[in-house]
Structures are given as C-alpha cells and as structure tokens.
Design a binder for this molecule. Structure first.
Ligand SMILES: [Zn+2]
Length: 153
C-alpha cells in the first residue's frame, strides 16, 4: 500500500515538476514583490534572496490540469479547497490579502527549503517522497515550515 502510493507519486514527479516550474514562472512574471516588512519576515525564516520572491493573489490556488496529478494532489491533501497558500520556488500563491505574517512566514520557509534544495525538481523529489511515506501533516518539510511560523515580527 505504502510502496504502491510511493511509486505512483514518484511516477508523477516529472509532471509535477513541469507544472510547478510553469506556475513559478507565471508568478514571477505577474506577482508582486515583497515589501520591506515582508522581506524582513522572509529573512527571519532563512530566505537568502527575499528580493526574488513574488506573491500572486488568486481567487483559487490552481490545480494541475493533468487528471492523475490533480487527483494525487487532492487525495494526498497537498491541494484542496481549503488551501490558502502554495509555494513554488520563489513564487507564492495566496488566496487573499492582506497576507497574515503567519501564512507569509510558513510559505517563506518553503522558499528557504527550495533554496536549500537548489531546484524545484530537487525540492519536489524530497517533498513528494515525504508526503507519500508519512503524509502531508507529518512530512518533515511541512513540520519544519510550521515550526518556523511567526505570529508577528
Ligand atoms: Zn506548508
């Protein structure tokens, strides 16, 4: 069961990377830069290049068009109607403004994780493996992001 889920998710990896890279590019093209206070939040959670981060405010976080990928994202709890933020490299989708410091710090910690991984592909390889083995809630990269949430600077 566990290994079937893992191999299914690993097989979706390349499609997930393509989707994430395309959406990061879209956010970097259309999103807003962080203001000084937001950059301070990003720096506080370890982001090395806060000036590269862009925020795109969207009515709904986009779901993958690929039906298998979309189904996997929904069933594993990575994306859904309640999702309020999603980080793809230096691009962050948020559902509404103003963005709370708590949400911003959580998503910026994912930016830090992408920076440490070095690429979207490297980050997603770890992230998807964690989701497939221990689940979204207990994935170490999510635990780390929650541990770095800041209520206010
Ligand atoms: Zn998260």
């Amino acid at each position: 069961m566990r290994s079937a889920r893992l191999s299914r998710l690993v097989s979706l990896g390349p499609a997930a990377v393509r989707w994430a890279e395309a959406h990061e590019a879209e956010i970097l093209r259309t999103g807003l830069p962080l203001d000084a206070k937001m950059q301070a939040v990003a720096r506080a959670v370890g982001v090395r290049q806060p000036e590269r981060v862009r925020l795109a405010v969207v009515a709904r976080i986009p779901l993958p068009e690929d039906p298998d990928l979309r189904q996997a994202a929904l069933s594993l709890g990575m994306l859904g109607p309640e999702t309020i933020g999603l980080t793809l490299g230096h691009g962050i989708y948020v559902r509404k403004r103003p963005v709370s410091t708590r949400l911003l710090s959580h998503e910026c910690r994912h930016v830090y994780q992408y920076e440490q991984a070095g690429s979207i592909a490297a980050f997603l390889a770890d992230y998807l493996q964690q989701i497939a083995t221990v689940g979204y809630l207990h994935a170490p990269l999510e635990v780390d992001a929650r541990a770095h949430e800041i209520e206010r600077l």
